[in-house]
Write a protein that binds this ligand. Sequence first.
Ligand code: SAJ
Length: 425
Amino acid sequence: TTVCVVGLGYIGLPTAAMLASRGFDVVGYDVNEAAVASINSGRAHFHEPDLQMLLSAAISTERLKAQSTPAEADYFIIAVPTPFKDGKKPDMSHVEQACDAIAPYLKSGSTVILESTSPVGSTELLAARLSEARPDLSFPRFKEAGEAEVAVAHCPERILPGNMLRELVSNDRIVGGMTDACSRRAVSLYESFVTGHIYTTDCRTAEFVKLTENAFRDVNIAFANELSVICDRINVDVWRAIELANRHPRVSILQPGTGVGGHCIAVDPWFIVDSAPEEARLIRTAREVNDRKPEYIFHRILDLADRFKNPVVSCFGITYKADVGDLRESPSMKIVMKLLQHGGVKVLVCDPLVKELPAVFRGAPDIRLVDADTARQEADIVAFLVAHKQFRRLEFNRFLHKVVVDATGLMSRPTDLDGGLLRAN
Ligand code: SAJ
């Protein structure tokens, strides 16, 4: 069985390597020539645990080949970015380009699966566009009975950066076909490597389910972030408050932080807002609450910096979340950027997952990448921005004489909640 994976990024590459490891003959197609060359030489062009090992095996067994054109296949998986253009509209241009690129390679019996997170209605548009490009083949119409020559379905990716290869196998999946027959054909591919349950539905529902998952997380993180700002105002330790509230059998509050980063949760809820702007009030507000958090932390640091003549601010962590090296849409990066733009402060960055300062900072005189000891020793103000596991092992009593802004709860997280609680009672 042959599979053509379109887009060899954060989702496409792990998926292609996984399919190759299960014995499929996989062609990965990407417009990025550098990524194609790197993959063919057996090197992943980004870091994700276990990916390198799987990729090396896939390339050396010749089950996976990357190229800058698509190839004829039984299955096509589209995993290209779907950003939110200029903060206004979902940008489906990469999906459209993918669609136009694969159209000539479709054959009777091909199944096209859209994995990219997409606004409701996208899979129907994809099927219509393919059908227009290939009048010689029959394509499915939404919920129509019977089977067309080419099947089209949406199967949204759900894998968590940092744990992708495990989740690729173990997560439950949603398969939403244009028709029941399309769902069945898509399921036959996922069955080969997914140990979780595979649920089938129609493509509109599948599109909405994916958006809902990320909006759910965004709303819940916004709740935690709002609590943290309230707690600062009324002088309550938010971390302790959340730990205790979570002891209620029906309460499960997430962790406050510097805001929401990455390419998914900060984007996908806007697809819902865009499709129903009047109705999506809570979802919109959650986005706004989370987007304001970096600004809030920046101002807290700045207020404290006023106490010093030539303040040195040490930022612990600049990636978009704990234990990943990914800087995309990182709220902590935004805070560092704002400090530099404001001026009058020296910034030290300590991040064990970042090998060199990101290009935007290179050459700037007021920023250095340093180790944890230097960051602590030279700091007037310490800002804990990301709770990497390396930071969880720091000796926090050595920070007690520093001015600390703890956006992560690293310093405040109680270690013996039960003990403390029981003793207090
Ligand atoms: N964050 C908090 N507090 C928390 C949890 C997260 O502030 O309690 C922040 C993180 O620091 C980060 C952001 O939220 O900046 C997002 O992190 P995340 O770990 O919640 O999610 P992502 O963006 O890495 O991956 C999400 C996942 N979606 C859900 O958990 C519902 C993943 O399963 C999806 O596949 C992925 O989006 C995607 O590609 O859509």
